[in-house]
Design a protein around this ligand. Sequence first.
Ligand code: PEP
Ligand code: MN
Length: 364
Amino acid sequence: MPDFIPINQWYSHMREPLIIAGPCSAESEAQVLQTAHAIAQSERVSAFRAGVWKPRTRPGGFEGAGVEALRWLQRAKRETGLRICTEVALPEHVRMAVEHGVDMVWIGARTAANPFSIDMLAAELAKADIPVLVKNPVTPDLNLWIGAIERLARANVRKLAAVHRGFYPYAQSQLRNIPKWEIPIDLRSRMPQLPIIGDPSHIAGRANLVTEVAQHALNLSFDGLMVEVHPCPTEALSDARQQLSLGDFATMLNNLRFPAASSTDSHYINLIEQARSSIDSIDTQILELLSNRMRLIEQIGRCKRSNNVTVVQQQRWERIRESRTELGKKLGLREEYIVRLLELVHKESIKRQAEIIRNENDEA
Ligand code: PEP
Ligand code: MN
């Protein structure tokens, strides 16, 4: 896997975290220019987004203004100095975007799920040599997301970032798309060099929840945000409920905390170092205790074998579950956490005992 090029080397004056803002769709020249000028007031904003080809769930809605809108974006770039960014789903979109000075593109959640589409786009994007943001596919399948990124990287697209826009909620939910934060966190550990950008607008689905989701993404050390902003959200032709007004966007940027990856404050460093060394020692103790526990499990396994008793003892397991979650709660630990942990320990114990019995049967 080739190295990814970090955001600050994509273009000069790219601020980090990378803030991209603009309407869901480019609707008119006036709407594009008004939004671009407003967001350019903040020094934190590096790029203007607007969809010009819109993938709608059902046909018949507003499907974007097409090439004409690219000229509005180009004018916004000229007048504000912002980088411009749009969605591409077909190789011809890439060609037209590049012809009109588009600086970055994103691949939408529906397209990211299709390996054939990604391969076709990858060939065109490699020629274009512009940064590509890959939204997560709508289903919570990390490998499908990684697969799209790998296909692009293999085609030699190296200015890449992932965009976390949440996953289709199969159950009733306050948010439009379920964040499942563990998935972008897993992505970070699988591809540590890959920048991850949060899309709080598509996760939240409602303007009043966007700031909270954006803050959470920053707290998890995401490398940027892509936020939908519209001069008059209620009249937007797509995603009306989730777009921030120009004023609310400015307020959000003022209120967000932008935590740094680290600090040079000596008090901070001392405290963190002490706590980490205690944690290292606690982890060692946890592992030693788990190992002691396993030795006892093995003893029990052999004893069950010689007395012809079954491995799984349902009542005993239920008592363990109850008493440990009760104790966990008293110690301030969430029930779900304790239950998951116990289940893991229990399963491993059963596996070990079954192995012992099998081996002894083999020997007998
Ligand atoms: C968008 O950014 O407007 C969009 C269509 O996003 P997604 O592909 O994440 O639904
Ligand atoms: Mn949208």
